[in-house]
Design a protein around this ligand. Structure first.
Ligand code: DSN
Length: 412
């Protein structure tokens, strides 16, 4: 980055510091990964310059010859990777992708049934704080209070009574598999569309490590930077019959020109995900999450749903006299980066929740296996149990640094 260093030393220094932070800490944020240099190169490439409103062969700007080939390549790879009939690779984010799906087939005020944020859903699934709740009439299903797994019977009862035009499945803090077939049956019964937001688990689905929602859904949205390990951005997959509506809903409906540099990064991401090494890595992510979950349970933490089937672990810290925000701060101070999270319980304050969410994607990208994942769970427990003991915390921080040195963050 010699140009940036000369042109803007202040920003250059911040980038250097952030690169150092990423290398010297353990990233356990479930919504992050450690993308390889090739993804960052594509993001920073000359495609960042190009205005390209429209779609390949149908642009509103000249000079899109290479942009057209690039976008077609990204679309073809996305379709191949997920066995989808149609792909739109232009959404700038997962929220943009969801908005475009809503506005493709719904009218303002239409009813939508989605998973509650506090039970693992997502803001853009009609949470009060999201503009989606102002555009459509959302109602929310949740998990069974005993099992903390989706209550499909209650979902069906709500669907039959509320008669939504669309059902949304998918979550950002649900550690279990989702029965897409069952939700698709419910949607079919009431003539509703089914949208699955698989942002968190897209990498696991691409690798075939967990079941795919694609055959069961009208629309599937996802982001490319979580388990899929690419750059920032969103994608929509849909059945061919909705292709035109989805494309129009993204452009000109919800967005202007696509970010072709991010489309380049998506193409690279899909190309990598089609390789056998990616499948091995995705299996390791689940194995590592399971290893962390088991160790934490052994230390007496209550795991939401009792374990995990995917890349994330959600556990309560209130049993240890802590709240999620305090746990997050204690862990960040020793170099373990996590996020506080609500657990499925009504009335929780999202700023001071009872839980912590962990994800195994970035540590797996660094080459860590179950042994290290278990060791990290041990470091988490030691730090939380000794949060007022600076000597122990220093020892934990040293162990974190040692792990980071043994498993360098080659990804970026
Ligand atoms: N959906 C948010 C999360 O799960 O943290 C970020 O994409």
């Amino acid at each position: 980055m010699s140009f940036l260093k000369n042109d803007d030393p202040e920003v250059y220094a911040l980038i250097e510091s952030e690169t150092h932070r990423l290398g010297e800490t353990l990233d356990l944020i479930a919504a992050e990964s450690l993308p390889p240099h090739s993804i960052l190169e594509a993001q920073g490439s000359s495609f960042a310059i190009k205005a390209a409103e429209g779609y390949p062969g149908r642009r509103f700007h000249a000079g899109c010859v290479h942009g057209d080939t690039l976008e077609s390549l990204a679309i073809d790879r996305a379709k191949r990777l997920f066995g989808a009939e149609h792909a739109n690779v232009q959404p700038h984010s997962g929220v943009s992708a969801n908005l475009a799906v809503y506005f493709s087939v719904l009218k303002p005020g239409d009813r939508v049934l989605a998973m509650k944020l506090s039970h693992g859903g997502h803001l853009s699934h009609g949470d009060r704080a999201s503009m989606t709740s102002r555009c459509f009439e959302f109602r929310h299903y949740g998990v069974n209070p005993e099992t903390e797994r989706i209550d499909y019977e209650a979902l069906e009862t709500m669907a039959l009574e509320f008669k939504p035009r669309m059902i949304v499945a998918g979550a950002s803090s649900y550690p279990r598999l989702i029965d897409y077939e069952r939700i698709a049956d419910i949607a079919r019964k009431i003539g509703a569309y089914l949208l699955v937001d698989m942002a968190h688990i897209a990498g696991l689905v691409a690798a075939g490590v967990i079941p795919s929602p694609v055959p069961h859904s009208d629309f599937v949205t996802f982001t490319t930077y979580k388990t899929l390990m690419g750059g920032r951005g969103g994608v929509i997959l849909c059945k061919e019959e909705f292709a035109k509506k989805i494309d129009q809903s993204i452009f000109p409906g919800c967005q202007g020109t696509p970010a072709l540099n991010m489309v380049a990064a998506k193409a690279v991401c899909f190309g990598r995900a089609l390789k056998p090494e990616f499948v091995r890595l995705q299996r390791q992510i689940v194995d590592n999450a399971v290893a962390m979950a088991r160790r934490l349970a052994g230390f007496g933490y209550r795991l939401v749903t009792g374990g995990t089937d995917n890349h994330l672990v959600l556990f309560e810290v209130t049993g240890k006299g802590l709240t999620g925000d305090v746990a997050e701060a204690v862990l960040e101070a020793v170099g373990i980066v996590v996020n506080r999270n609500v657990v499925p319980r009504e009335g929780e304050d999202p700023l001071r929740p009872s839980g912590v969410r962990l994800g195994a994607t970035a540590i797996s990208a660094r080459g860590m296996g179950e042994e290290e994942a278990g060791q990290i769970a041990g470091l988490i427990d030691t730090a939380l149990a000794n949060r007022d003991d600076s000597v122990v915390l220093k020892r934990v921080a040293e162990s974190v640094s040692e792990l980071c040195r043994r498993f360098p963050a080659k990804g970026f």
